[in-house]
Design a protein around this ligand. Structure first.
Ligand SMILES: *[C@@H]1O[C@H](CO)[C@@H](O)[C@H](O)[C@H]1NC(C)=O
Ligand SMILES: *[C@@H]1O[C@H](CO)[C@@H](O)[C@H](O)[C@H]1NC(C)=O
Ligand SMILES: *[C@@H]1O[C@H](CO)[C@@H](O)[C@H](O)[C@H]1NC(C)=O
Ligand SMILES: *[C@@H]1O[C@H](CO)[C@@H](O)[C@H](O)[C@H]1NC(C)=O
Length: 320
């Protein structure tokens, strides 16, 4: 059933309790800060595909995948690259570990080089800073933006506009923004992107605003091509108009519509969707399932997608 778009969107924002959904203006274009440990030799960006470096050493079943990924990368066989930024907060440590496992235990995307990063604003609390530093040291998958972590902080704008500068030397083909309550199936997404243009792309779960045919993409996860991210980064009109204030996903669509960008626009509905109340609407061809707001929902997701089934038999544990 179709809801009217304004109602639909209202419902959707209300249901997303993530604190970074609403944004406030930023005075300046700010610079993406990467924790220094990210540059340590065992945590280089190339090591960090879907298979997050570090964690594999501790998991039961990703060794082979990691070798495959390394081999395919060494062969230079990837057709394109994708940066996935999972917007989260320092305090959501347990969730982040679950999401990290979810990425690490996926089959690699054969056509793509995919780097997953957990994205914060400034980590100001000294306790959190110490724990995040250790986390970054182990996993090498942390990005810290120059913004203040709060309800209304323009974080998505900061992310999309910082990334083209931070990775200017090694641009990706696509940049994705997603959240820590989304299970993203990277190989399925990569398969979709494979045949798409590399430029002027805006892809996700589309929402129409009124009868505007130019949909915006739901904040559960959307992809823009590098040129679009660069355009956001260079477009001072967005900040001049104080247009980083409000539902981030709708605003991204608005900027692109005003700028005539993202004309290659694709909605992956129904393969990107919200998990329903009864957790009974999983689909085998899922690209992303959203609203995984508690461990019960993550458990159901891991079971449905057979992530749990990959466990090797052992005398050392028995898990129902
Ligand atoms: C970070 O943002 C603050 C406030 O907007 C600004 O004063 C500062 O110069 C920025 N820092 C960097 C490294 O860009
Ligand atoms: C974030 O932290 C950096 C380094 O401590 C500081 O220069 C910057 O002003 C902070 N930015 C904001 C927006 O708080
Ligand atoms: C930007 O918009 C917000 C909310 O609409 C408002 O509180 C703030 O004062 C505005 N800032 C500027 C510089 O206009
Ligand atoms: C999980 O495994 C079962 C048994 O092999 C299979 O029937 C099912 O299709 C798998 N589910 C998914 C989502 O791949």
């Amino acid at each position: 059933m179709k809801t009217t778009s304004s109602h639909g969107h209202h419902h959707h924002t209300a249901s997303l309790c993530t604190p970074y959904l609403l944004l406030v203006p930023l005075g300046l274009l700010a610079v993406l800060l990467v924790l220094p440990t990210l540059t340590s030799p065992n945590a280089r960006s190339d090591d960090l595909g879907v298979l997050c470096a570090g964690i594999d050493a501790y998991s039961v079943s990703t060794g082979a995948d990691e070798k495959d990924a390394a081999a395919s990368d060494a062969a230079g066989s990837s057709e394109f690259s994708l940066l996935v930024g999972v917007l989260t907060m320092p305090s959501r440590r347990e969730r982040r570990d679950i999401v990290r496992m979810a990425y690490a235990l996926q089959p690699p995307a054969t056509a793509a080089r995919v780097d997953v990063r957990f994205v914060f604003c400034n980590v100001t609390d000294p306790v959190e800073a110490a724990l995040v530093a250790v986390e970054a040291r182990l996993h090498g998958d942390i990005l810290v933006l120059n913004c203040t972590e709060n309800m209304n902080d323009g974080k998505t704008h900061e992310y999309l506009s910082s990334v083209p500068r931070r990775f200017a030397a090694e641009p990706y083909d696509y940049v994705m923004k997603t959240d820590d309550d989304t299970y993203l199936r990277v190989a399925a997404l990569a398969e979709e992107l494979r045949g798409k243009p590399r430029e002027d792309v805006y892809l996700g779960h589309g929402f129409a605003v009124g009868d505007d045919p130019m949909q915006f993409m739901h904040g559960m996860g959307y992809v823009v091509s590098w040129d679009v991210a660069r355009w956001v980064s260079e477009n001072e009109e967005i900040l001049r108009h104080n247009d980083t204030h409000g539902p981030e996903d709708l605003l991204v669509g608005k900027w692109l519509n005003i700028g005539g960008k993202g004309k290659n626009r694709y909605s992956l509905k129904p393969r990107m969707y919200d998990l329903g109340w009864f957790m009974d609407n999983f689909r085998p061809d899922t690209i992303a399932v959203h609203m995984l707001k508690d461990n019960r929902r993550w458990a159901a997701t891991f079971r449905y997608f057979n992530v749990t089934a990959g466990i090797k038999p052992s005398d050392l544990y028995h898990l129902p």
